[in-house]
Design a protein around this ligand. Structure first.
Ligand code: GLU
Length: 304
């Protein structure tokens, strides 16, 4: 029998601080490049309403691509299966910001979690709305999911990414050239950069992830069938070209962001958020991945 969860988290926090290799922060967004990599926090929100945490669990960080899960939930709620005409559901096997695959496949991104796919999803949510309304809707979804109104967008990070987001502009313009963008690249990317710049602590993120647990003990925000599908996509595509490795090592659905966060779901049991800003070669948190692998092993949480 394993030790109680709070004890396990405190031990993990101590273990993660021992190895001096913290990985490298995402310098391509200069505002994220300034963050001290030597930080680590972890939080677990369980289906029965408990929240346990250890380490830098109250420090707000840039959740970046993790917001793609929330925007996808909103887009599917709006467009339903029509969304899949515009974006696929297969792992990409390519870097999160790859351009070559998008051109080779005629402007239909492989999945909603690589940048090109998330730009299409943002465009879908934006259709018929102004960016302010769309961002308001995304913020409301995230705050409701977390039961916390103290969650905000960091404007400095959004601006930093906009100024340096040449690859994302290339993707958006290519999407527009193939007719797979309803709004202008500027309007779509302005909205995309802003939702990527949402900041949360691991405690807030673990709470926000509860809507994916699918437990009768929790308030329902989306259909059960949709929860299963989001989890399937997180498992197969949530870590970019490192998704297979994450599934092999950890074995639970999860989505990472270049801010160093990971949101993982143990179906029926818990939502886990981990953060350490230094990344591995796939752009996923180095220590966050290691901590998730150890936690899943100790708790027997792999779905396999
Ligand atoms: N906003 C980031 C980008 O578009 C998100 C990437 C990520 O978190 O993986 O490059």
């Amino acid at each position: 029998m394993s030790a109680p969860l709070p004890e396990i988290l405190h031990q993990l926090n101590a273990d993660m601080r021992e190895d001096p290799d913290w990985g490298a922060v995402a310098a391509y967004i200069p505002e994220l490049g300034r963050i001290d990599p030597a930080q680590f926090g972890i939080a677990v929100a369980t289906a029965d309403g408990a929240l346990h945490a250890a380490g830098d669990a109250d420090t707000a960080f840039s959740v970046q691509s993790i917001t793609k899960v929330f925007t996808l939930a909103i887009a599917l709620g709006r467009a339903g299966d029509h969304l899949w005409k515009r974006v696929g559901r297969e792992p990409s096997g390519r870097a999160f910001n790859s351009i070559v695959q998008l051109e080779a496949e005629g402007g239909r991104p492989r999945n909603p979690f690589i940048n090109a796919g998330a730009i299409v999803v943002t465009d879908q949510v934006l259709t018929g709305c102004e960016p302010r309304e769309t961002l308001g809707e995304i913020m409301q979804f995230v705050r409701t999911a977390a039961s916390d109104d103290n969650i905000h967008i960091n404007e400095t990070v959004a601006t930093s990414e906009n100024v340096h987001g040449h690859r994302n502009y290339a993707l958006a313009h290519f999407l527009a050239s193939t007719g797979n963008l309803n709004n202008s690249p500027e309007k779509t990317l302005g909205t995309y950069f802003h939702h990527c710049a949402i900041e949360m602590s691991v405690k807030q993120l673990a709470m926000a992830g509860r809507f994916l647990i699918d437990s009768p003990q929790l308030p329902r925000m989306i259909l059960t069938q949709r929860i299963r599908r989001l989890n399937a996509l997180m498992m197969t595509c949530g870590h970019y070209d490192g998704s297979g490795d994450f599934a092999y090592r950890v074995g639970i659905p999860a989505k990472s962001g270049v801010g160093g966060g990971i949101l993982a779901v143990v179906p029926g049991v818990a939502s886990v958020a981990v953060w350490s800003p230094g990344l591995n070669r796939y752009g996923n948190s180095l220590k966050g991945t290691e901590a998730m692998a150890r936690l899943a092993r100790i708790m027997g949480w792999s779905v396999f």
